[in-house]
Design a protein around this ligand. Sequence first.
Ligand code: PRX
Length: 658
Amino acid sequence: MTSIDSLLHEYRRFPPTPEFTKNAVATPALAEAAAADQLGFWADQARQLHWHTPFTQTLDWSNAPFAKWFGDGTLNVAYNCLDRHVLAGNGDRVAFHWEGEPGDSRSLTYAELTAQVKKAANALAALGVVQGDRIAVYLPVVPEAVIAMLAIARLGAVHSVVFGGFSADSLRARIDDAQAKLVITADGGWRKGKAFPLKATVDAALDQAPEGTSVEHVLVVKRSENDVEWTEGRDLWWHDVVDAADAEHEAEAFESENPLFILYTSGTTGKPKGILHSSGGYLTHTSSTHRNVFDLHPETDVYWCTADVGWITGHSYVIYGPLANGATQLLYEGTPDTPHPGRWWELIEKYKVSIFYTAPTAIRSFMKLGREIPDAFDLSSVRVLGSVGEPINPEAWIWYRDVIGGGSAPIVDTWWQTETGGIMVSPLPGITSLKPGSAQTPVPGISIAVVNDDGSEVEKGSGGLLVVTEPWPGMARGIWGAPDRFVETYWSKFAEQGYYFAGDGARLDDDGDLWLLGRVDDVMNVSGHRLSTAEIESALVSHPMVAESAVVGADDETTGQAVVAFVILRADHAESQTPDEASAALRAHVATSIGAIARPRQIFIVAELPKTRSGKIMRRLLRDVAEGRAIGDTTTLADANVMQLISEKFAAVPATED
Ligand code: PRX
């Protein structure tokens, strides 16, 4: 178990500055209170919301693992995100500065957003939407996406947002699984300088319905000049029905456990799982973590989370957490490099963004392009940086802090999942002394352990499986239509202990801080030694020549698995040496930084890595290449040509023998 040691030889520490601590939202007293009385802490956090009927019971775990939080309380989620801020006198505060990819922009105050949501709720109600109905949302990142989600929530209905990059087949499967009554879409959305069609994809999804569809209406937002086909009686323009709707709408109270949304996520099988979240607990968890983890000062901060609303990060940290907290946000429709590679930094300068939350994969892409691009903009407004979605390697962490955070912004590396609803592990700015590459500690109110296969806790300095040992308010309430699959996937491995099994490997360092090692299926076993893909990737990207890397464990007759790496070189190194020279140097570098056991059997120098549209590297495809198989399903790739290029490369480079 020496394999992770190079990561753990990360001795740099970044304690909070006294000035930051002085004004920090999260305090040691808060963390201590949570540690002393977890349920009491969550009840206190929940009481910061508006309850139509106050709850008297915090947690009912009698039907574990199906939790009830604040079960006898009633609330309206949209009222909490909107009306109550207006009633408190903050109606003139901007909720969203929205910027379209072509450069058009709109700002919506809390009062304006509330008025829009009330109209949309009336329009949906007029179309027959009632509590419990499922509504599919297939929209670009436009204000109407936010308005639609909140209007659905306001009626006690359930949204199922499908990321705009998914195909007609995927959309169809999600509509059918949830039996959605309505689809809300747009005539197009801007991406990379073009308006991509969405309505046409909805048409294709619904046309493939020989046995009929649950969908009664398709509501279409006008965003582009794309021509659209029209099915009379079924299709309606958003502006026709919403603009004409009544502006008054009283928010009804719903039970705390009223379902709020379904969000589909990939599992180990081919069929996506519809992760179900409910109202009071989810809103408590997301608003509490949003305040404490990002150090939100809603009167002065401008917060920007770059996630698409189609992913859980968009649900929890663009819509529900920030709006419940009355935050002012930036919402951006397009890609980071359109029309120029400095677009994100230009937006930070324009809107004086102070809290910025993005994914390591984006940070590494920017590193690859060079710091001259962000350096050309004034990023001095940035005071807190966040990272999510994958482990952030120390090199990217330092670059992020230095180049985007002016050398001083704390970075919160937040570990969580679609299933957890909100952030579970993260440093707290103002309290935690930061360690580049480590997500560090469970957030207040959350209990995490790293365990062996038998459920016993590992010693400090060892690795194992990450589990959540106590229920938490944002936890998934099930898989839509598949309660048994929910129990089996997450709760059966440690049924005896009652732990939630996250599917991630983690290591506790000598201080008890957590280092996430990726999914357990990405952990390799080479000659009986456990190696982490994240660790070898970190070693590779620590070499000045490397911009990005992905490592997979490939089947190997001799060693069980072997390490195969795919590497993108920095532009200035790509020309100066042959791929063989670069690969030899990097194999030696990994051997030096981690140990000979970790030396990749092969390193492929590639121009791109296969990534999903959300930026996750598709290791499964790289494993296919590394193991000489035909490449599997590439439909979720952002760029399908990438695999073609990589597999051609593979054929050209023989395996290296030592
Ligand atoms: O493997 C972990 C990784 O992303 C998985 C969850 O993916 P998803 O449900 O799509 O949600 C992503 C956004 C919350 C986890 O099982 N992951 C997420 N955040 C981190 C992470 N791995 C390491 N460090 C993180 N900060």
